[in-house]
Design a protein around this ligand. Structure first.
Ligand code: FES
Ligand code: FES
Length: 155
């Protein structure tokens, strides 16, 4: 079917198979930040934001994106400048191999869009669907705190 949706702020129309996963569809459209880890909804590497919610794209079908507003990490930087969340991940050292990072960043964005000043527990809850093999999570939590602070100072 023809899927018409807003992807990273742009109107997009593209053909998708009825049984194509949103993960594969988005990668086919060039969104290579959307990673396949487990393929079973467990790791969060494929996290995207659909209509304001962080969802795992490996468990979603491409036709379900029709009519949505969808964001991947590709849509975050503007004019070559990283989004404050991306910057905080880099500055705090919350990235090692980087495989989990785009999904982490999207979950952090969904959280901060909803709750600009989250407590540590809210951060842990907001990020609980995203697994990281490398960092031990402390720096990821620090990065989300730093991003919240910096976004708050900008507004
Ligand atoms: S690849 Fe989708 S949750 Fe792991
Ligand atoms: S940085 Fe390697 S899995 Fe998270």
């Amino acid at each position: 079917m023809l899927v018409r949706f807003k992807l990273n702020g742009e109107n997009v129309e593209a053909e998708a198979q009825d049984d194509e996963r949103a993960l594969d569809f988005l990668r086919r459209l060039g969104m290579k930040s959307v990673k396949e880890g487990c393929g079973e909804g467990e790791c969060g590497a494929c996290t995207i934001i659909v209509n304001g919610r962080n969802v795992v794209s490996c468990l979603m079908l491409a036709p379900e994106l029709d009519g949505t507003e969808t964001w991947t990490t590709e849509g975050l930087s503007k004019d070559g400048e990283l989004d404050p969340i991306q910057k905080a991940f880099v500055e705090v050292g919350a990235i090692q191999c980087g495989f989990c990072t785009p999904g982490m960043v999207m979950s952090a964005k969904a959280l901060l869009d909803k709750e600009p000043n989250p407590t540590e527990d809210e951060i842990k809850k907001g990020m609980e669907g995203n697994l990281c093999r490398c960092t031990g999570y402390f720096k990821i939590i620090d990065a989300v705190k730093k991003a919240a602070k910096e976004k708050g100072e900008k507004n």
